[in-house]
Design a protein around this ligand. Structure first.
Ligand code: HEC
Length: 135
């Protein structure tokens, strides 16, 4: 009985600790992106992407698996959702929980890194440059 209660409290705390919040730090997120995503993705207005992954420019608000110049898995093409910050958080924490059969073999276990990289993906790169230049 006691152990059960403790387990419930423990689960509650774990849920609270992993609550995703929007408004991460886009400049720090760029560094996360360069370190963990740039080998396979670009975030730039362009028809090109590295050969391994789709272009992520404008991915927030875009339908999953819909960038024309990339050959997605059927799972991603059929996923059917439109990317928003919360769905990106779920996907980056565990791609397969959101899209079983997705081809992305990378997870971002640290919540702060997910918040910041999602802030970066939400910010147009041009805007970010202005932020960086600001005094
Ligand atoms: C090892 C290569 C690799 C790395 C590293 C990687 N990805 Fe991916 N990513 C992919 C592939 C491949 C797909 C396409 C998955 C599919 O078709 O099932 C993808 C798909 C995505 C999508 C869905 C895009 C769409 O158009 O629907 C998002 C969002 C995404 N990745 C974000 C990220 C972020 C953010 C990072 C860094 C934290 C990252 N990825 C790191 C390979 C990678």
């Amino acid at each position: 009985m006691r152990i059960k209660q403790l387990a419930v409290i423990g689960l509650g705390l774990a849920a609270a600790a992993s609550a995703f919040a929007e408004g991460g730090d886009a400049v720090r997120g760029k560094a996360v992106f360069m370190a963990q995503c740039a080998a396979c993705h670009l975030q730039k207005a362009s028809d090109k992407s590295p050969p391994i992954g789709p272009q992520l420019y404008g991915v927030v608000g875009r339908k999953a698996g819909s960038w024309d110049h990339f050959k997605y898995t059927d799972a991603m093409k059929k996923a059917g959702h439109v990317w928003n910050a919360k769905l990106l958080d779920t996907y980056l924490e565990n791609p397969y929980s959101l899209v079983p059969g997705a081809a992305m073999g990378l997870t971002v276990p640290i919540l702060k890194n997910r918040e910041d990289v999602i802030a970066y993906l939400t910010t147009a790169p041009e805007e970010l440059k202005q932020t960086e230049r600001a005094p």
